[in-house]
Ligand binder design. Structure first.
Ligand code: SME
Length: 155
């Protein structure tokens, strides 16, 4: 099995290929979600929330239906968006204010989508495995988020 950095290098190349021909943010967020869903092991949700005013609105994703609106500063997604920093939560049940969308979720990582200094939304991944996400996931997902924001128009 390939290492995590190698896996993310492959995903980055695939993402660049996908976003090369189109800048539509919905199409690209949909393909990013699918790429992660099928490319990364042990996920039960992968997708994007889009910034709309002072809240995050559900965007393209893979997994079970999820909560539609998340205020900035609330939950893992709203906290990562408000602080503009990637948030790794090894155990969501120990995170005060976690918003439970799928009872299968035990760990979560949220990466802010920022382009030209502007917050556009967040990339959110959930896993049933406690401690599923680490610094290598953060590095890989931040690189993918960067390719997405550079390769897509604002939502
Ligand atoms: N758990 C997130 C909500 C979104 S779902 O995981 C898809 C949160 O606390 O912000």
């Amino acid at each position: 099995m390939s290492s995590k950095p190698a896996l993310y290098r492959d995903l980055l190349l695939e993402a660049k290929g996908l976003f090369d021909s189109i800048r539509d943010p919905v199409a690209n967020a949909a393909n990013l979600s699918a790429l992660l869903w099928y490319g990364l092991p042990d996920l039960n949700w992968a997708g994007v929330y889009v910034l709309r005013g002072d809240e995050l609105l559900l965007g393209p994703f893979q997994g079970k239906p999820a909560c539609v609106r998340i205020p900035l500063g609330k939950g893992v997604c709203g906290t990562a968006a408000a602080t503009r920093k990637t948030l790794i939560v090894p155990d969501v049940h120990a995170f005060a204010g976690h918003i439970a969308c799928d009872s299968a979720s035990n760990a979560e990582i949220v990466v802010p989508l920022i382009a030209a200094g502007q917050l556009r939304g967040v990339l959110d991944l959930d896993s049933p495995l406690l401690g599923r996400f680490d610094e290598e996931d953060r590095d890989g997902l931040e690189a993918l988020a960067n390719v997405f924001t550079l390769g897509s128009d604002p939502f």
